[in-house]
Design a binder for this molecule. Structure first.
Ligand code: NI
Length: 370
């Protein structure tokens, strides 16, 4: 019995020893496991902090916030560090691209030329990421304004240059402006237009509003063939017999209609019978035009006599009064043109004459030719 008892006792000892070893192992594993858990949690917290710092840097774009984010990123594990460093690098690239575009737009502000605009546009075009969309819109807007300003400046310079060329075109030349009143008349005006076209001579028509309304196609043809079409008031009343308000109506109504037919903005009118007062001139922003050579063509039905009247009084800078409603007047035109051409005259419209010789037509003024 004793032997057997001792035997049993030995095996119990061995069993206990094994149990201790086993329990010790489990305990060690449990400590190790809880340490891993702790580290993992800490690392996750660090990752959150990194994310927060990055968001702030992206949000504020401040150098100090970028540095802070970089500092925290430096404590990450290698593979995470690379990824997060890449994000900060991208932010720095965005900011430098915006800064370059901004500098180029500033250059345009200081010196608005095709070259500076092109350079700025190129750097704005590089801003394609969602992060820079707002910056891009803002800069593009500024650049578009600069582009419009440059285009306007160029157009003005071009206009000025053209005006100078235009003014010089007549330098040292003898100029004369033929004018034709009271039309259009479908029996005579088209014949006159044919003659002028053949001779390549521009003239000025002072048409009546009432007749323009009746024969709009003739007015359109006059303008289309390079003639100037001013107004001779609506229906040829002596303006001095009218109230100032009625004078204004007579002048402006015809002008509005004629300009709408021609698509031009001619700002000239001729008062019927050459009759006006300074009050008349003050009723409108149009300039009044009378004449320096009166052919008295309405009095004669002889083309030869009318031509003679025109030629006798012709002079440099003259404005010649004729009427396109009389066939005798139209009949005088070929002779007037050929004689004056032979004398070295250049035919011009009244506006061209006034632009060249009077610095342009001004409101509340009347012009007679020189
Ligand atoms: Ni008249």
């Amino acid at each position: 019995m004793k032997r057997a008892k001792r035997k049993k006792s030995k095996s119990t000892l061995i069993g206990t020893g094994l149990a201790i070893v086993l329990i010790g192992g489990i305990a060690a594993n449990a400590v190790k496991y809880s340490l891993d858990e702790q580290a993992k949690k800490e690392y996750q917290a660090l990752q959150k902090e990194v994310k927060k710092a990055e968001d702030k840097a992206y949000d504020t774009r401040k150098e100090t916030d970028i540095k802070k984010a970089e500092k925290i990123i430096a404590t990450l594990k290698k593979e995470d560090k690379e990824l997060e460093t890449g994000k900060i690098k991208a932010l720095k690239i965005y900011l430098s691209m915006i800064s370059v575009a901004q500098k180029n737009v500033d250059k345009v502000k200081a010196n608005n030329t095709d070259d500076t605009i092109l350079e700025a546009q190129k750097s704005i075009d590089l801003l394609i990421d969602a992060y820079v969309t707002k910056d891009k819109e803002k800069l593009q807007n500024l650049l578009d304004n600069a582009k419009a300003a440059l285009a306007k400046k160029k157009a003005e310079a071009m206009e000025k240059a053209n005006a100078e060329i235009e003014a010089k075109k007549y330098d040292g030349k003898k100029l004369i402006a033929l004018t034709f009143d009271d039309g259009p008349n479908p029996m005579t005006t088209p014949t006159l237009l044919d003659i002028l076209k053949k001779e390549n001579v521009p003239v000025t028509f002072f048409a009546l509003g009432q007749r323009a309304q009746e024969y709009p196609d003739i007015i359109k043809r006059e303008a289309a063939e390079g003639h100037e079409v001013g107004s001779h008031t609506w229906d040829h009343q002596d303006l001095r017999t009218l109230s100032l308000e009625d004078q204004k109506q007579e002048i402006e109504r015809a002008n509005t209609l004629i300009n709408s037919l021609t698509g031009k903005q001619v700002m000239l009118f001729r008062p019927p019978y050459g009759s006006y007062t300074q009050d008349t001139l003050n009723q409108t922003s149009l300039s009044a035009v009378n004449w320096s050579v009166d052919t008295s063509d309405w009095r004669y039905n002889s083309s030869a006599l009318i031509a003679e009247n025109a030629l006798v009084s012709a002079h440099d800078g003259a404005i010649v009064l004729l009427h396109d409603i009389h066939s005798s007047s139209v009949g005088a035109v070929p002779k007037i043109i050929s004689e004056l051409k032979a004398q070295g005259y250049t035919f011009v419209t009244v506006s061209d004459l006034l632009n060249t010789r009077a610095g342009g037509a001004k409101a509340h003024q009347i012009y007679f030719g020189q």
